[in-house]
Design a binder for this molecule. Structure first.
Ligand code: FAD
Ligand code: NAG
Length: 499
């Protein structure tokens, strides 16, 4: 009997037992910690492949958070590949066609670029749901929604997958083999009781404040600012069905509709900002005195009402480069492994694309037995480099754009202005950058090209906008602007090259 058929045989005999193994003995091929964006999607993908999966989540109640509310087209496409696109239905999701960038009151519309891809299938238009019809459209679309509603749909999918068992449990400690240091599973608290769950592979997807990350890497996430969130009711947006980025003297502000009546406002507040100090009235003072005047006039009433009504909430905006997993029996994924500034709304797109790639690399055809730790680690190295086509673009762009949009010195201001003027050129000067941001263009070189095109254009504007007498001085100063552009982007490029 060949190894292959022996394996199939084995699986057929154990298939009926797998559920029992999970429920009675808490044993599975895969144990996933965290039923968030990544954990749910991965549980479903692996379950679909016939893997036996236990998914642990500390609270199965609908989360109420200010994160993960705008899914880029590149994320919608990945969701579709995973067969999970209908999770965007029945949650009052809003279509997103692109962005409206507002720079000191001046607007430029940035639509997602047309893509060649069209769905060829046998369905007629009417036999499909609204979500499915969207795919036929030429321009890619994103979606924005209430995070909690989307999560509950994803969790429902995981619960419906017969090869997945979802347990409300708080993971507390990893179980290590005394001999080999291999991770064998995790201890968890289930309804106040201590319990253990065992898997050939333990996957950590417990999010931005990961409890387990620090055991496997020495560096910590870098946080320069926080996003403060408000929920506006019936706000009038300048460009419906678009994300809005408001740029001015301060750090950037995002506005996007997340339901028929609700709009999310995220206000970036850098650490130690004087206008948000206690003396200046704290965050509320900053929102009232600095943010409100910078908003489009018609948004102000809903924003002011939200300041008075809402409990102010914030989340740290973290940067954490990805690392390769080297621990046998373990994989770190999602925000636990890699984070970028949420300005460009890239986190969920990265997570879903990682699930697509990883479930392929770890498929039963490629890795019959997940306890073959050598083979799993080899596949994880491949995963680390292969995901970069998309993730390095999203990570570098998020960090570099944030530096420009939160400009705090003259050189960054020049680059910020150059960036806005570059968008105003239209055509490829829009399609390229927004294609990268939307997770549609997956070539790091395209990012490099546009970034330096912006830098050179910024320098050109910087020199030519000066009076005749000042031109020589500006020409000298332009070296500083170019230098600044390099200082902004190269550290993030290098961070993507680490193993
Ligand atoms: C302010 C802000 C705004 C953002 N906006 C966007 C956006 O618009 N678009 C976008 O794509 N991305 C956005 N992101 C990023 C996005 O939210 C994350 O990248 C994404 O949620 C990561 O998914 P995850 O599964 O790794 O973590 P999460 O979705 O956070 O899931 C982690 C899960 O693990 C559970 N958990 C934690 N600890 C334990 C434990 N010990 N035991 C059991 N379960 C546990 C948690 O309850 C949670 O359900 C934003 C981030 C921030 C900070
Ligand atoms: C569950 O796993 C089995 C193999 O163990 C597989 O044949 C089956 O298709 C899976 N079920 C679903 C619904 O994906």
């Amino acid at each position: 009997m060949s190894h292959e058929s022996q394996y199939t045989q084995e699986r057929i005999t154990t298939r009926d037992q797998a559920k029992d193994e999970r429920e009675a003995h808490h044993e599975a091929e895969v144990v996933i910690i965290g039923a968030g964006i990544l954990g749910c999607a991965l549980a479903v993908a692996l379950g679909d492949q016939g893997r036996s999966v236990i998914l642990l989540e500390k609270s199965l109640k609908e989360p109420d958070r200010i994160v993960g509310e705008l899914l880029q087209p590149g994320g919608v496409q990945a969701l579709e590949k995973l067969g999970l696109r209908d999770c965007l239905e029945e949650i009052d999701a809003i279509k997103v066609y692109g962005y409206d960038v507002i720079f000191y009151g001046e607007e430029v519309r940035i639509s997602y670029p047309e893509n060649a891809r069209e769905m060829e299938d046998g369905y007629s238009e009417d036999s499909r749901s609204d979500e499915m019809r969207g795919m036929k459209r030429k321009r890619p679309e994103g979606r924005s929604f209430h995070h909690g509603r989307f999560i509950q749909r994803l969790r429902q999918k995981a619960m419906q997958q017969p090869n997945v068992t979802v347990v409300e449990a708080t993971a507390t400690e990893l179980v290590r083999s005394g001999y080999t240091d291999q991770i064998l599973g995790v201890q968890a608290t289930v309804r106040g009781e201590q319990d253990s769950f065992f898997g050939s592979l333990t996957i950590i997807a417990d999010g931005y404040a990961s409890k387990f990350r620090k055991d496997f890497r020495t560096d910590a996430p870098v946080v320069r600012s926080k996003f403060w969130g408000l929920e506006l009711i019936d706000a009038e947006l300048p460009m419906p069905c678009h994300g809005h980025v408001v740029l001015g003297d301060g750090a950037p502000i995002l506005l996007y509709q997340i339901g028929t009546h609700e709009t999310r406002a995220l206000v970036d507040i850098p650490d130690n900002l004087p206008s948000a100090s206690v003396k200046a009235g704290g965050v509320k003072g900053h929102l009232k005195n600095v943010v409100v005047p910078s908003l489009p006039e018609k948004v102000r009433p809903a924003f002011e009402a939200a300041i008075d009504r809402d409990r102010l909430r914030s989340m740290p905006n973290s940067f954490l480069p990805a690392t390769t997993n080297k621990q046998p029996g373990l994989v770190l994924l999602g925000d636990a492994m890699n984070m970028r500034h949420p300005l460009t709304g890239g986190g969920m797109t990265v997570a879903f694309n990682d699930v697509v790639l990883l479930s392929d690399l770890l498929s039963p055809e490629k890795v019959p037995m997940l306890d073959n730790t050598k083979l799993v680690l080899k596949q994880m190295r491949t995963f680390h480099w292969r995901r970069k086509g998309l993730t390095s673009v999203i990570n570098i762009l998020a960090q570099a754009l944030y530096s420009l949009f939160a400009a705090e010195d003259a050189q960054l201001k020049a680059l910020q202005m150059g960036c806005f003027q570059y968008f105003k050129l239209g055509g490829n000067c829009i399609d390229g950058p927004v294609g990268l941001l939307g997770g549609i263009i997956r070539q790091p070189f395209v990012l490099f090209y546009h970034f330096f095109a912006v830098a050179l254009y910024a320098i050109w504007i910087y020199i030519t906008s000066a009076s005749l007498l000042a031109i020589p001085i500006r020409a000298v100063g332009s070296v500083g602007v170019f230098w600044k552009a390099c200082v902004v982007i190269f550290p993030y490029i290098f961070s993507e090259l680490r193993p």
